[in-house]
Design a binder for this molecule. Structure first.
Ligand code: IMP
Length: 509
C-alpha cells in the first residue's frame, strides 16, 4: 500500500500543492494552516508588501473600487494607515479625477480645500455654512476663492451678537491675522496655533495668498502616520479604476494627469482582447504608471495579462459578499484555489497577485497571504466605516450604511462604471451579478485597520513567519503546512454551544 505523503515527511499536515491541486476547489474556511515555531513578538512582524510591480505598501490592504467603499476619504485614510484605496469609476471622468487629486493634494493636518468667502458675502452666508458644516471660522479672501489674497477671518465671536445678518463680512471680519507660511511643518504649525490661541491658522504663500487652513479642533487629532503610503514627492498614493472601453481612454489620460499611482482595469472577466490591447497600448504610452489587471482566476488568464504588461493581477470571480456571478454566469472559481494557482504562476514573473473578494475576517486575510497573495482587496470589510461613502441610517435600531455590488441593478444605473465592468453597458436587458444591501457601522478605520493588522501580525507569528516574503518562501518550499478541515471542524472552530455572546464587531464574520 502506498504511504501517504504525510507519513513520508516528519512534518504534520500537507504542502499547499497537496491541498489545492485537487479536483475540488476550496476556499478560506475549508482549510487551516498548522502553527510554526515562534521566536519573535508580533510587533516584530513586518506586513510590508508590493501591491504591484512598483507600488509598495506597509500593510497588505486595498479597498475595492466600489461606490459604497472607495472615494477620496477612504483612500486618504487607508493611505495614511499604510494601505491603498482604489477610487471607483461609477463617476464622471471629471469627478473621479477630482477625487484622485484630492488624495494627491492631501496634507496631513492641513485643510487644503477650506470653505472661503469674500468681504462682500454677508453674515447670513456664515450662518448657512455653520448650519451645514457645523463650524464658523471662515477665511476671507479678496475674491472669495482659495489661492486669492487673504484679507481677514470671521470667527464665531465676530458675528454672534450682530442683529443685522445682512451686514457684509468686510464690516465684521478680523484683519489682524496670525498666519503661517506655505511649507510649514505640521509640528511648527501646531505650535503657532497653540500659542496664538486662535481657532484657525491660515497658511499663506509668499504673496499672501491663502493655500490651506489648520484648525484648532483638529490639533489633538494631528499625528504622524509612520506607515503612510507615499510617492517620492511625499504625496499619498492612490489607485483608480477604469474600464477597457475606448471612451475611457480620456478617463485614463485624465487620471494619469492628476497623478494616479495605480490604474486598475475593472473587469469581472479580465481575459479579453480589450484588456490585452489596453495593457499593451498603455505600457507603450505610459510605462511609468503601474496597472493592475483582472479579474482572473486561472493561470492561463493571468499569464496572458502578465505577458501583455500587467504589473499586478486581481484575483476573484464570484467570491464577493454581494456577488451572484457564479450563480448567474456559471463561471468562476473557489477563491483560495484561484489565489493559489494564479500566485504560483505569477511568482515566476515576480508579479504580485491580489486576493479580491470574500475576505470576511482577519483569518481570511492571513490565509489569502499564506496561499500566495501579496495583499487582500476588501469591500464589505471596509464598507460601513465612517470613511466609506454614504450616510448612516437606522433599521430596527441598528446603525447601518448602504453597501452594494457594482453589478447590482441599482449601481448599473449610475454613471456606467458597474455596467462597464460587467460588459453589459450596451445591453437592453441588464443581468445583475450583484445585490444591494447594508452593513453595520464599523466605526472609524483609524481604529479598525490597526486592529485588523495587529490580528494579521499575530497570525503570521503563529505561522512562524516574520514577514510576507518569508511566508511566501515557506509556502513554496513546502515548509508551510496546510490541512483541510471537515464541516464539523469548521463548526467547532467558530463560537458554539453558547446561549448568547458578544461578538467583537471587528474582524469576526
Ligand atoms: P467583498 O470584499 O467580499 O465585499 O468583495 C468585494 C469585491 O467584490 C470587489 O472588489 C469586486 O471584485 C467584487 N464585486 C464588486 N461588485 C460586484 C458585483 O456586483 N458582483 C460581483 N462581484 C462584485
Amino acid at each position: 500500500m502506498a504511504r501517504s505523503s504525510s507519513a513520508k515527511s516528519s512534518l504534520d499536515g500537507f504542502p499547499a500543492s497537496a491541498i489545492f491541486e485537487k479536483d475540488q476547489g476550496i476556499t478560506y474556511k475549508d482549510f487551516l494552516i498548522l502553527p510554526g515555531y515562534i521566536d519573535f513578538a508580533p510587533q516584530d512582524v513586518s506586513l510590508e508588501t508590493r501591491v504591484s510591480r512598483n507600488v509598495k505598501t506597509k500593510i497588505p490592504l486595498i479597498s475595492s473600487p466600489m461606490d459604497t467603499v472607495t472615494e477620496s476619504r477612504m483612500a486618504i485614510t487607508l493611505a495614511l494607515l499604510g494601505g491603498i484605496g482604489i477610487i471607483h469609476n461609477n463617476l464622471s471622468i471629471e469627478e473621479q479625477a477630482a477625487q484622485v487629486e484630492r488624495v494627491k493634494r492631501y496634507e496631513n493636518g492641513f485643510i487644503t480645500d477650506p470653505i472661503v468667502l469674500s468681504p462682500k458675502n454677508t453674515i447670513a452666508d456664515i450662518d448657512n455654512i455653520a448650519q451645514r458644516y457645523g463650524f464658523s471660522g471662515v477665511p476671507i479672501t479678496e475674491d472669495g476663492t482659495l489661492r486669492s489674497k487673504l484679507v481677514g477671518i470671521v470667527a464665531n465671536r465676530d458675528v454672534d451678537f450682530e442683529r443685522d445678518r445682512s451686514l457684509p463680512l468686510a464690516k465684521v471680519m478680523t484683519t489682524e491675522l496670525v498666519t503661517a507660511p506655505k511649507g510649514v511643518s505640521l509640528v511648527q504649525a501646531n505650535e503657532i496655533l497653540r500659542k496664538s490661541k486662535k481657532g484657525k491658522l491660515p497658511i499663506v504663500d509668499k504673496e499672501g495668498r491663502l493655500v490651506a487652513l489648520m484648525s484648532r479642533t483638529d490639533l489633538l487629532k494631528n499625528r504622524e502616520y509612520p506607515l503612510a503610503t507615499k510617492d517620492d514627492q511625499k504625496r499619498l498614493r492612490v489607485g483608480a479604476a477604469t474600464s477597457t472601453h475606448p471612451h475611457d481612454r480620456e478617463r485614463i489620460e485624465m487620471l494619469i494627469a492628476r497623478g494616479v499611482d495605480l490604474l486598475v482595469i475593472d473587469s469581472a472577466q479580465g481575459y479579453s482582447k480589450f484588456q490585452i490591447d489596453l495593457l499593451k497600448e498603455m505600457k507603450k504610452k505610459h510605462p511609468e504608471v503601474d496597472i493592475m489587471a483582472g479579474n482572473v482566476v486561472t493561470r492561463e488568464q493571468g499569464e496572458a495579462l502578465i505577458k501583455a504588461g500587467a504589473d499586478a493581477l486581481r484575483i476573484g470571480m464570484g467570491p464577493g459578499s454581494i456577488c451572484i456571478t457564479q450563480d448567474t454566469m456559471a463561471c468562476g472559481r473557489s477563491q483560495a484555489t484561484a489565489v493559489y494557482y494564479t500566485a504560483l504562476m505569477a511568482s515566476k514573473y515576480k508579479i504580485p497577485v491580489i486576493a479580491d473578494g470574500g475576505i470576511a475576517n482577519i483569518g481570511d486575510i492571513a490565509k489569502a497571504l499564506a496561499v500566495g497573495a501579496s495583499a487582500a482587496m476588501c469591500g464589505s470589510l471596509l464598507a460601513g466605516s465612517k470613511e466609506a461613502p454614504g450616510d448612516y441610517y437606522y433599521e430596527n435600531g441598528v446603525r447601518l450604511k448602504k453597501f452594494r455590488g457594482m453589478a447590482s441593478i441599482e449601481a448599473m444605473e449610475g454613471s456606467g462604471g458597474g455596467a462597464k465592468r460587467y460588459n453589459v453597458e450596451d445591453q437592453k436587458i441588464r443581468v445583475a451579478q450583484g445585490v444591494s444591501g447594508a452593513v453595520v457601522d464599523k466605526g472609524s478605520l483609524f481604529e479598525f485597520v490597526p486592529y485588523l493588522m495587529q490580528g494579521v501580525r499575530h497570525a503570521l507569528q503563529d505561522m512562524g513567519c516574520r514577514d510576507i516574503s518569508a511566508l511566501h518562501k515557506a509556502l513554496y518550499a513546502s515548509k508551510l503546512r496546510f490541512e483541510p478541515r471537515s464541516l464539523a471542524a469548521q463548526a467547532q472552530g467558530g463560537v458554539h454551544g453558547l446561549y448568547s455572546y458578544k461578538k467583537p464587531i471587528i474582524g469576526a464574520d
